[in-house]
Design a protein around this ligand. Structure first.
Ligand code: TYM
Length: 335
């Protein structure tokens, strides 16, 4: 039975509207690659976006921006199920149901919760605390086998596995235990100015991150002034986080291994190397940049794609939720 062997994939992205090459190399690139061999569910998680301060009008705009970026990057609604999280009420319902088998202490240990709540000045929302549980619901509602993400999501995936295991133990086999799928290179793209930490929209300055939609000139400038070190070797190693980061970026952009990149630049100076990285990244991003404006302009078409994705997604999520309610003794019993 081919359906038995099918591997289902789910992943999500927050609608920040400002995707950077970390998102692309860590996640979107894999999303695009998996579309032909798996049934893929890709979700723009607008409900996760309301765990930190937001502007309602901006959230809508950002959702369109992010959806258009994915489409421009090659996420193809003919080959995957692309949808908006808030269109599927099963996600929030499952989040609540899972809260009955998730330990407060487990959520309290999440490093992203600690970091993000420390950044909040006015209000640390309850939402930011249960955030990983909503993320678990995103995946478990589809019985996904694999979750392609960057390294920063590892702990969240561990938590969803634990919650699913605990549920299955208590109420009988209900959920597939998902596996993460983290790329070998590009899983942790570092900030260009502070290579000790990951590239992120929420920390640091624009100079540290390359946005997918910025101009070629901006990309060249940022990569040209990326922090390296006082040495001169294009090699990974102790105290060479900046160079190692550029080696990784160049490797993914050109499809080479990191060893090949080191060999290619043996004896070359940092200046030449950075120039080559900039050329490669600009070329790599060009198709996304070129495709984006026309896609973004047609909001009607974006809504149509999302509605179509939501209809397909809901069919699957509703089956899982019926099983979950029944197993937990919630709602009208099955006849
Ligand atoms: P988000 O929106 O922060 O990031 C989207 C994806 O990009 C990856 N990523 C990176 N990869 C490499 N280097 C970086 N510097 C870098 N920064 C970000 C992330 O690992 C992610 O794969 N909570 C999630 C969204 C989410 C989700 C889900 C993911 C919601 N539900 C269900 C998987 C499954 C998030 O905020 O990702």
């Amino acid at each position: 039975d081919p359906a038995m062997e099918a591997v289902d994939v789910l992943s999500g992205v927050q609608p920040t509207g400002q995707a950077h090459i970390g998102n692309y190399l860590g996640a979107f690139k894999t999303w695009v690659e998996l579309q032909d061999s798996r049934r893929c569910f890709y979700c723009i998680v607008d409900l996760h976006a309301i765990t930190v301060p937001w502007d309602p009008a901006e959230l809508r705009e950002n959702l369109y921006d992010t959806t258009a970026i994915l489409l421009a990057a090659g996420v193809d609604p003919e080959r995957c199920i692309l949808f908006r999280q808030s269109d599927i009420p099963e996600h929030t319902e499952l989040c609540w149901l899972l809260s009955g088998v998730c330990a407060h202490g487990d959520l309290n240990r999440m490093t992203q919760f600690k970091e993000k709540s420390a950044q909040q000045k006015d209000l640390v929302s309850a939402g930011i605390f249960i955030y990983p549980l909503l993320q678990a619901a995103d995946v478990l509602a589809y019985q996904a086998d694999e979750v392609p993400v960057g390294e920063d999501q590892r702990q969240h995936i561990e938590l969803m596995r634990e919650v699913a295991r605990r549920f299955n133990e208590r109420f009988g086999e209900t959920f597939t235990i998902p596996e993460h799928r983290i790329p070998e290179i590009g899983a942790r793209v570092m900030d260009l100015q502070e290579p000790g930490r990951k590239m992120s929209t929420s920390v640091g300055f624009d100079s540290g991150r390359v946005y997918l939609l910025e101009t070629e000139k901006e990309t060249r400038k940022k990569l040209g002034s990326a922090v390296t070190d006082s040495g001169r070797e294009v090699k990974r190693g102790e105290g060479k986080e900046g160079v190692a980061n550029l080696i990784g970026i160049y490797a993914v952009a050109t499809g080479k291994t990191e060893d090949e990149v080191e060999a290619e630049f043996e004896g070359a100076g940092y200046g030449d190397f950075k120039k080559a990285v900039a050329d490669a990244v600009v070329e790599f991003l060009a198709p996304v940049r070129e495709a984006y404006p026309a896609i973004r302009e047609d909001e009607g078409e974006i809504e149509r794609i999302l509605a179509d994705g939501a209809a397909k997604a809901r069919e699957i999520a509703s089956v899982t939720l019926a099983d979950v309610r029944e197993a937990m003794g919630v709602g009208v019993p099955r006849g």
